[in-house]
Design a protein around this ligand. Structure first.
Ligand code: SF4
Length: 237
């Protein structure tokens, strides 16, 4: 996979998302554009699995990667996910998820990047070892795949050893990342929040109040500073 290939892929995904965003008239249309971007990623993954003859070792019920607590996402993905949850979860399921995301947010708020990367903690959306929001999960959860489940197990059992991660096809991961970045760029170019957030901390805010949505629609930072993804400069601490 050459640099030009990746640039071409990112541009194609940027252009496709920009075309969708050009049709937006209301908030639901932004969610639609987000889900369309997710769908294109899924289609790309299926093509790459076949084209690169990738041996995928992911299995239903294996959720090791959903315990590696640092899952980052953008505001448009988080609001689309929140809307999907409100539509598909019962009131009780939604309330329980709000409590789990609250506990997650409180647990990770004070962590440095280094500590967060080494934290093993079930994603609040994980239920019975399955993703309860699978159709609406963010791009980062669509990029992940494993060619060797023993690598995932090693990372899960040795959270302090960050070198234990990485059982993936490098061409596939680079292509999926370029495509996802291309889609994200279209949302940023359309004037939307460019901040990277901790998925579950920001989701807690999205499910708990309408204020983040108002800030987002006004072009501001949707979620609080404590919901921001840990950054490189926080590694030492
Ligand atoms: S959103 Fe779903 S796929 Fe992503 S980490 Fe959480 S449980 Fe796993």
């Amino acid at each position: 996979m050459t640099r030009e290939d990746l640039l071409h892929l990112a541009t194609a995904f940027r252009d496709a998302a920009a075309d969708d965003l050009a049709q937006v008239q209301q908030v639901a249309d932004i969610h639609w554009a987000t889900f369309r971007a997710h769908e294109r990623l899924d289609n790309l993954e299926a093509q790459l699995f076949e084209g690169l003859a990738v041996k995928v070792d992911c299995k239903a019920g294996c959720a090791a990667c959903c315990h590696l607590a640092k899952i980052d996402a953008r505001a448009h993905e988080i609001f689309a996910l929140a809307a999907w949850i409100t539509e598909h979860f019962s009131a009780e399921e939604r309330a329980a998820l709000v409590e789990r995301t609250k506990a997650h947010a409180e647990a990770v708020a004070g962590l440095t990047l280094s500590q967060h990367l080494r934290t093993v903690r079930a994603c609040p959306m994980l239920r019975d070892s399955k993703c309860s929001v699978h159709p609406a999960r963010p791009g980062v959860c669509r990029i992940g795949h494993s060619t060797d489940v023993s690598t995932c197990q090693r990372a899960y059992e040795n959270p302090d050893d960050l070198t234990a991660r990485g059982g993936h096809n490098p061409d596939l991961k680079a292509s999926m990342t370029a495509a996802a970045d291309g889609s994200t760029f279209a949302f940023i170019e359309a004037g939307m929040d460019r901040t990277t957030y901790d998925l579950s901390s920001a989701l807690h805010e999205a499910l708990s109040s309408t204020e983040p949505m108002h800030r987002w629609l006004e072009g501001g930072q949707a979620f609080s500073d404590s919901a921001k993804a840990k950054q490189e400069h926080q590694r030492e601490g």
